[in-house]
Design a protein around this ligand. Structure first.
Ligand SMILES: [Zn+2]
Length: 492
């Protein structure tokens, strides 16, 4: 049991001082006298000057990118991908680094008021030790985490438009020599990971299916994903139509990706689509009717020049939208306060009427209830109410962003920084208090990560960079062809 005493609380009648009683992972009482009569043996936090709010959900992240912040200045997705995930292969990563990179993301998450993350941990070799290290790190962080296992089977060149035609034969042969794991092995890896980790850490951990974009997956693989999702009730987390190049790829591959996902049985409430930038009205309507969720990753989309997702159209159609940072090698941070601000400000083109802009309150709702829906969290997640999970942040209203106090959410989104987040509670357990992380030794993680990061830069990065740069002539030719053609009709 944990008691938060004298928290500032705003309801329609104004500001109050309230206590919150947290027990068995839930809010069991909230009110001016909620803690009356409790003995001194109950763990108690003085929340004077603080405001309790639901914690945030980072609904799309790649923890494996955490040694590459700020590394890629100005590259479109496909050329960035060739460096961050070299299609010709990259050196094996020591298991310890997986843990450290995950905990670096956990530090960003806790310090910015997150209680839950969806980690699309890209592990195309399906290495069990790597996944175990990531899962254990999320378990140790105290956060809720849903982690994807990677599935994909199409050869690299078949996932890009015009690439077969433009690639010189020697390079094509080297790329084609890299064969995906058999589908049965990929499915077995997912099922094994699910048996081992799903529901562990007091129910905080989940395993989900992470098929790569539709352009990287055969129909057979996607049907297998749909069957696994149906049989096990698993959630599916997938990048779809992030860039103009992918929209052209869809046309090259014979049509609309959203229709294809529908035909293969994937378009339903279990599916979360990441990015969804290049959608037309019919695709948005199909997502809404199927009850899919979308993650919006504004920092990443801006960094890679991917375009601006049609958020207003998605929300108006009734699609549940969550917010994500994307990997630290694109958005360069997993700080959700920064993501909130970017989302709230991005959708304001001069020709868009202000009534259509997103704003702080809607961005907040995407980062709380939207994220909880995408993750399939328990009822009440993302809200502050008796019976809701005790997944909370305490906002420090003494922070300069709140002087004077008008609207705490708007002031956090437009004027705040993550320094305004005082404490984080997940499942009724204090993970950060007074900006000190209690769940693990932050300084030790930072020291160890610094040393591992230096080794990474010395031993792995030059080879990865060279491997990625070797594809630049091909990818530049692909982009010239893509950008000389107009976007497929009707696309955003
Ligand atoms: Zn991503």
């Amino acid at each position: 049991m944990l008691v938060l005493r004298n928290s500032r609380h705003l309801d329609p009648t104004g500001w109050h001082s309230v206590d919150l009683l947290l027990d068995a992972g839930r809010i069991v009482a909230l009110g001016e006298d909620a803690a009356a009569g409790l003995g001194s043996d109950v763990q108690s936090v003085d929340a004077s000057g603080l405001m309790v709010l639901p914690g945030l959900v980072n609904a799309h992240l790649h923890s494996n990118e955490c040694f590459e912040r700020g590394l890629y200045g100005a590259l479109p997705l496909e050329r960035w991908l060739a460096r961050a995930y070299p299609p010709l292969g990259s050196p094996a990563v020591p298991t310890r680094w997986h843990r450290l990179r995950t905990l670096l993301c956990a530090i960003d998450a806790l310090r910015s008021g997150c209680v839950a993350v969806q980690d699309d941990f890209l592990n195309p070799g399906n290495e069990p030790e790597a996944l175990d290290a990531v899962m254990q790190a999320w378990a140790d962080s105290g956060l809720r985490a849903s982690v994807a296992t990677t599935l994909g089977d199409r050869p690299y060149l078949d996932g890009l438009p015009f690439a077969r035609e433009l690639c010189e034969p020697g390079l094509a042969a080297r790329l084609d020599a890299r064969v995906a794991l058999p589908l049965a092995d990929q499915a077995a890896f997912f099922e094994s990971a699910r048996r081992q980790w799903h529901g562990q850490a007091q129910g905080r951990l989940q395993i989900m299916l992470g098929p790569r974009g539709p352009q990287r997956c055969s129909d057979a693989l996607l049907q297998q994903v749909a069957a696994l999702a149906e049989r096990l009730g698993s959630r599916v987390h997938m990048h779809v139509l992030e860039t103009h190049t992918q929209a052209v790829t869809a046309a090259e591959q014979g049509g609309c990706f959203v229709q294809r996902l529908q035909r293969l049985g994937l378009l339903d409430r279990r599916l979360t689509i990441n990015h969804a930038v290049w959608l037309d009205a019919a695709q948005i309507d199909a997502l809404a009717r199927a009850g899919c969720q979308v993650t919006h990753n504004p920092l990443s989309n801006l960094k890679l020049g991917s375009g601006i997702a049609p958020l207003r159209a998605l929300l108006d159609a009734g699609v549940t939208v969550a917010l994500g940072s994307d990997g630290p090698a694109t958005g360069d941070t997993a700080d959700m306060v920064e993501v909130l601000r970017c989302a709230a400000l991005l959708h304001r083109a001069p020709a868009t009427p202000p009534s259509q802009w997103l704003g702080a309150a809607e961005a907040w709702s995407c980062a709380t209830t939207g994220g909880a829906a995408s993750m399939g969290l328990a009822a009440g997640s993302g809200t502050l109410a008796v019976g809701a999970p005790a997944d909370l942040m305490l906002l420090d209203l003494r922070h300069r962003a709140f002087i004077p106090l008008h609207d705490p959410v708007a002031q956090l989104v437009y004027a705040g920084t993550s320094e305004a987040v005082h404490s984080v509670i997940v499942g009724g357990r204090l993970l950060m208090h007074g900006r000190r992380i209690l769940a693990f030794d932050e300084d030790a993680v930072l020291d160890e990560a610094r040393e591992a990061g230096e080794r990474y830069c010395a031993e792995q990065l030059p080879g990865k960079r060279a491997s990625g740069e070797a594809l630049d002539p091909l990818l530049e030719a692909v982009h010239r062809r893509v950008w000389s053609s107009s976007a497929p009709a009707g696309l955003h």
